[in-house]
Write a protein that binds this ligand. Sequence first.
Ligand code: WQD
Length: 335
Amino acid sequence: MSILLTGGTGFIGSHTAVELLQSNQDVVIVDDLSNSAASVVDRIEAITGKRPVFYQADVADKAAMKKVFSENSIDAVIHFAGFKAVGESVRIPIAYYRNNLDTTLTLLETMKEFGCHRFIFSSSATVYGTSDKVPFTEDAKELGCTNPYGWTKFMIEQILKDAALADPELSVVLLRYFNPIGAHESGMIGEKPNGIPNNLMPYITQVAAGIRDHLSVFGDDYPTHDGTGVRDYIHVVDLAKGHVAAYNYSTSHTGCEIFNLGTGIGYSVLDIVHAFEEANHLKIPYEIAPRRAGDIATCYASTEKASRVLGWKAEKSLEDMCRDSWNWQCGKWAK
Ligand code: WQD
């Protein structure tokens, strides 16, 4: 039996493939390579000694997905594939709704046809919206998203909740990520943003590498300990291990369950800058800039449910995250 990872050559998908293979699971990856490279499959094999089955295809392509399911015995799906840039989603919202919703609906239809009943979804803390009741618990009222990307995650969660209500055999696990950073210690897989990085850590590593001149800190007048935005940064390897725990949980589950995957610790932008400088013995020049539209002051996870039900908690430190992020940036694969 195999686990299908859609978007499995991406940042979180590739790290999850490594952890699943190293847990003696068989992995099938479908990815259209619109935001990653086929060489990631070779690197996953180099790290684990096992090669995932790989299809280059659009997950919304029904014929392609029927081929995948007919050629492999898929017993669970982890759905990573989707457009994920907040700013881009504001510029091209229809493309985001079309892609992120179509891939999900095609997957659900194909799974039904082939008798596959376990769906783990790559969701995001962005669905909590502008709630200021931190730490965010899974039953927190979702106060509406601040961008089309977030709304696609919100809508897909609703689709999956309804699908689970209608099908007593279906297991749906919604994993709400906080801020994934870092990279595998090998430096062979990591986050490779297209163009100018939207997210904080890849921007910092590109400043450290001399690719960017300085970091713009988006606002220092938030109601936080140092005025800059606070987020829950989690090492991508810890996040990947959370998916292994979710898969194991899903083997004896039906219905729909939500879990935060975070550390429960909030760090500010300047905390991250200083931690990165200390871990890697270098300086990160920065300037204070205006707040970024759509940003909230503080966001971090309640980790109680994932610990109690999944038996999972993040283990890596902020120093690990900063060191591994820099190690990736310095390697040949980040170029
Ligand atoms: C973190 C902090 C910024 C860049 C987003 C998505 C979320 C998930 C993770 C996909 C904020 C500040 C950032 C910079 C800065 N993505 N910042 N200068 O916005 O918390 O979450 O990425 O799933 O869904 O919403 O992450 O890294 O963009 O920002 O000062 O150049 O760093 O203001 O306080 P965010 P981020």
